[in-house]
Unconditional design. Structure first.
Length: 225
C-alpha cells in the first residue's frame, strides 16, 4: 500500500494530562487507507498545496481502527515540532497527513501466544490492532503495559473494552518498570514479541530476550523514531 497525502481537519483535541495530547483528524478528500500498527507523517505547513517536495513533518503511530472514518494519534510534547503542534493546533485546524508507513503488524508472525510489550504512548499502534476485526485471529495474546503512574493511563477506557485477557499493567511509581522476565516466562517456544515505546526500553528488552535465547527475528519493534 503506497503512501498518499491527505489534507485533513482536526476535529477533536484533548489534553488529559500536562504535555500529552490526543488528536482526531478527518480527511477532507478521500478515505484514509492503512493497516493496524502503521504510522503517518504529519505536516503543519499551511503553504503546502499537496504537490512538490513533502514539507517538514513528524511521525506518529495511528491508534485508531482502520475501518473508522477518522484517524486518532496521541503525542507527548518533546522537541520543537511537537511544541509547535501544542501552540498551533486547535479544533478546525487543517494539516497534511501522509500515510501509511511501516509494517510492524503486517510482517509474518505467529498469532498464537503473542507477547505485546509497550511503554506509555507506545500502546497506540497496538490499540489499532486490538480494536480491529483482525485481532480475533490471535489466540492467547499477552500484553505488558507500563506507565509512569495511573494518571498517565489515558487509555484505560479503551483498554477495558479491547485489551487481551492476559494483561499486566505496571505503574512505575507503585510497581516499578515492566518486568521483562515476566513477559518471557509467559511466552512459549513459538511466541513472537512486539515491543513499542521509548528507544531505551526497546533496546534493553530486545537485548534481554536475545540473551535468553529468543531469536532476533521473533522480536518485532516499533522503533521508527
Amino acid at each position: 500500500m503506497l503512501p498518499n497525502k491527505y489534507r485533513s481537519e482536526l476535529i477533536s483535541i484533548s489534553n488529559p494530562i500536562a504535555g500529552i495530547y490526543t488528536l482526531e483528524f478527518k480527511s477532507l478528500f478521500g478515505k484514509y487507507k492503512y493497516h493496524p500498527g502503521q504510522f503517518l507523517h504529519l505536516s503543519l505547513d499551511s503553504d503546502y498545496d499537496g504537490s512538490g517536495q513533502w514539507p517538514e513533518s513528524r511521525c506518529f503511530s495511528m491508534q485508531s481502527n482502520p475501518e473508522g472514518i477518522a484517524i486518532k494519534i496521541t503525542y507527548s510534547v518533546k522537541g520543537q515540532f511537537t511544541l509547535k503542534m501544542e501552540k498551533q493546533l486547535k479544533t478546525g485546524s487543517e494539516v497534511w497527513l501522509k500515510l501509511p508507513y511501516g509494517d510492524l503488524l503486517t510482517q509474518p508472525h505467529n498469532k498464537s501466544n503473542t507477547i505485546f510489550i509497550s511503554g506509555g504512548t507506545g500502546i497506540t499502534p497496538f490499540l489499532s490492532l486490538f480494536t480491529h476485526e483482525s485481532f480475533k485471529e490471535y489466540s492467547n495474546p499477552r500484553l505488558f503495559l507500563g506507565f509512569r503512574s495511573k494518571a498517565y493511563n489515558i487509555y484505560e477506557n479503551e483498554l477495558s473494552l479491547v485489551q487481551p485477557q492476559g494483561t499486566k499493567i505496571y505503574y512505575q511509581d507503585i510497581d516499578g518498570q515492566i518486568d521483562i522476565r515476566n513477559a518471557l516466562s509467559e511466552s512459549n517456544a513459538d511466541s513472537d514479541f512486539f515491543i513499542s515505546g521509548p528507544p531505551a526500553m526497546i533496546k534493553s528488552f530486545s537485548e534481554y530476550l536475545i540473551s535468553n535465547g529468543i531469536a532476533a527475528k521473533r522480536i518485532l519493534t516499533d522503533d521508527w523514531e
